[in-house]
Design a protein. Structure first.
Length: 183
């Protein structure tokens, strides 16, 4: 099919290089966890660049040729994968409170956002850390506790990233405690 009135000189609305430049890790942390995250990020970006620059026909993993709308959706999936990784790299925990209706006691809950099924940010992860009077009697949550919560939520985000990625691939499952595991 030939597209009438198309010109490669038109400025695209979506600038791939700008998107990738705006969505790259600011700092490099080193541990087994962070090495895996950085490796995945690098692989996704390389794959995305090859996909965007490809001039051949494009096929899915079952050998079906992609239509223009399929290609558009594939670009959106790559963008979403990168944005999810940015939530991991730039973890932001939000402190909220739940109140026990019977006792009136306030419980501190730490939350983090993720992209929901409609690709909008939603409060997805939460960790109840206990009654405010016991956890933060002087108004501050101890650093060691915050570090532990950050580690727990990061691991859950990483598992969720793989769950979202492999949802249709059958490579994930659940353990006896209901946690997502890679098979």
């Amino acid at each position: 099919m030939q597209i009438p009135h198309f010109s490669k000189s038109w400025k695209p609305v979506f600038n791939v290089e700008l998107f990738l430049d705006e969505n790259k890790p600011k700092t490099i942390r080193s541990s087994r966890f962070w090495d895996d995250v950085h490796l995945e990020y690098d692989e996704v970006v390389d794959e995305f660049k090859k996909f965007i620059c490809c001039e051949d026909e494009i096929f899915d993993n079952k050998g079906n040729r992609l239509t223009p709308i399929d290609i558009y959706h594939a670009i959106e999936v790559y963008k979403l994968r990168i944005l999810k990784m940015m939530l991991i790299f730039n973890l932001r925990l939000y402190k909220t409170y739940n109140v026990n209706k019977k006792t009136g006691e306030r419980y501190i809950v730490m939350r983090a956002f993720w992209f929901g099924d409609d690709n909008k940010l939603v409060r997805w992860f939460s960790k109840n850390i206990g009654p405010e009077s016991k956890v933060a009697p002087n108004g501050k949550i101890p650093t060691h506790l915050l570090d532990s919560i950050e580690e727990d939520i990061l691991e859950r985000m990483w598992d969720q990233y793989h769950f979202d990625l492999d949802r249709d691939g059958g490579e994930i499952g659940f353990d006896n405690d209901g946690n997502i595991v890679l098979l």
